[in-house]
Write a protein that binds this ligand. Structure first.
Ligand SMILES: Nc1ncnc2c1ncn2[C@@H]1O[C@H](COP(=O)(O)OP(=O)(O)OP(=O)(O)O)[C@@H](O)[C@H]1O
Ligand SMILES: N[C@@H](CCO)C(=O)O
Length: 322
């Protein structure tokens, strides 16, 4: 019933919203956690290296373990014992999808260690469960399938996703501050209602952003201009700015220079799109100073778009990626 050896799953970081696509758009980024799951005769052994080591719990409340347990419930099997080893590279609470990566690692890890897991839970089942655990689909969707995704729920609450490939000239530059902000807190800053004009504004910009990211054969400068216009948002970033002033200031500086910059997910990281062949963004100039008024520096990194979602390396060669 269970795989005879360990299975390693590697979920990518993700950036949600991308400006106007609140709770819908997401982008998978090539920065991966690594979670190894093994069924053992009894007990629970959890070890963590990297991000969160020493602070995340090592019991059943660990997010990967919780997600594994929920997935085993859906799969209709419970392992006698579990060994889970996490090598974490995605920073926690920074808007780069760490919680979705943990959830998708658990869901896909459980599916991989059950011999007929893919029959018991199809791709929609995995997306459904991961969305339920995360609370919204915009990070788990690209984490599972890679690329640039639009995720939505139908009237029955069924989640679906459309995946597309950003043009290869597009890259993501992330600016990560040293202090976290929980998604829960950031969601609490949003109003219950927004003006109709702001909703209409975002709908137009979201449509534009999808085209600016994916249309082939755009002149690089034109693509940058379209990405700039297409990353404008009125539904969440301003409301959340008081909780991430250095990030808001950095976005202001980047946009004043014509760079398409947004809050990554619920923040406080900042994501700016670069376009090969268009005016370059010298990340170190912006990262070094942060917001002079507040003095918080950012760590900047260029992250390629991840074409693949969670990669599963397992014992059943032939059915798994190695
Ligand atoms: N690999 C992990 N192992 C265990 N717990 C994790 C892991 N990754 C994230 N978490 C939990 O999730 C919390 C961060 O989730 P949160 O949704 O606030 O931020 P995020 O997912 O990094 O950002 P965003 O959702 O905006 O992209 C951590 O503080 C931790 O409790
Ligand atoms: N759409 C989510 C992404 C963060 O998980 C938010 O902005 O709250």
């Amino acid at each position: 019933m269970f795989a005879p050896g360990p299975v390693t799953v590697r979920p990518p970081a993700t950036s949600a919203n991308l400006g106007p696509g609140f709770d819908a758009f997401g982008l998978a980024l090539e920065l991966r956690d690594e979670v190894t799951v093994e069924v053992i005769p009894a007990g629970l052994e959890v070890t963590v290296e990297g991000e969160g080591a020493g602070s995340v719990p090592l019991d059943d409340t660990h997010l990967v373990v919780r997600s594994l347990r929920e997935a085993f419930d859906r799969l209709g099997v419970q392992p006698p014992g579990l060994r889970v080893h996490c090598v974490n590279r995605i920073p926690h609470g920074r808007g780069l999808g760490s919680s979705s990566a943990a959830i998708c690692a658990g869901v896909m890890g459980a599916r991989a260690v059950v011999a007929d897991g893919e029959l018991r839970m199809d791709a929609y089942g995995a997306l459904d469960l991961a969305t339920e655990l995360e609370g919204h689909p915009d990070n788990v969707a690209p984490c599972l399938v890679g690329g640039f995704t639009t995720a939505w729920m139908d009237a029955d609450g069924q989640v679906d996703v459309l995946r597309s490939e950003p043009d290869e000239s597009v890259s993501a530059i992330v600016f990560v501050p040293s202090t976290p902000l929980s998604t829960h807190v950031a969601r609490g800053l949003l109003p219950k209602e927004v003006p109709h004009a702001d909703a209409a504004f975002n709908a137009g910009r979201a449509g534009l952003l999808a085209l600016a990211l994916t249309s082939a054969q755009l002149d690089p400068e034109r693509r940058r201009e379209l990405l700039y216009a297409g990353t404008a948002d009125r539904l969440h970033q301003d409301y959340r700015a008081p909780a991430m002033e250095p990030s808001a200031a950095l976005i202001g500086r980047l946009r004043a220079a014509g760079h398409p910059a947004v809050v990554s997910g619920a923040g406080p990281s900042v994501l700016a799109f670069g376009v090969a062949g268009a005016a370059a963004l010298r990340a170190s100039e912006y990262a070094r100073s942060g917001n002079p008024a507040v003095g918080t520096p950012f760590v900047a990194a260029v992250l390629p778009v991840a074409a693949r979602g969670v990669v599963v390396d397992g014992v059943r060669a032939g059915q798994r990626d190695r």
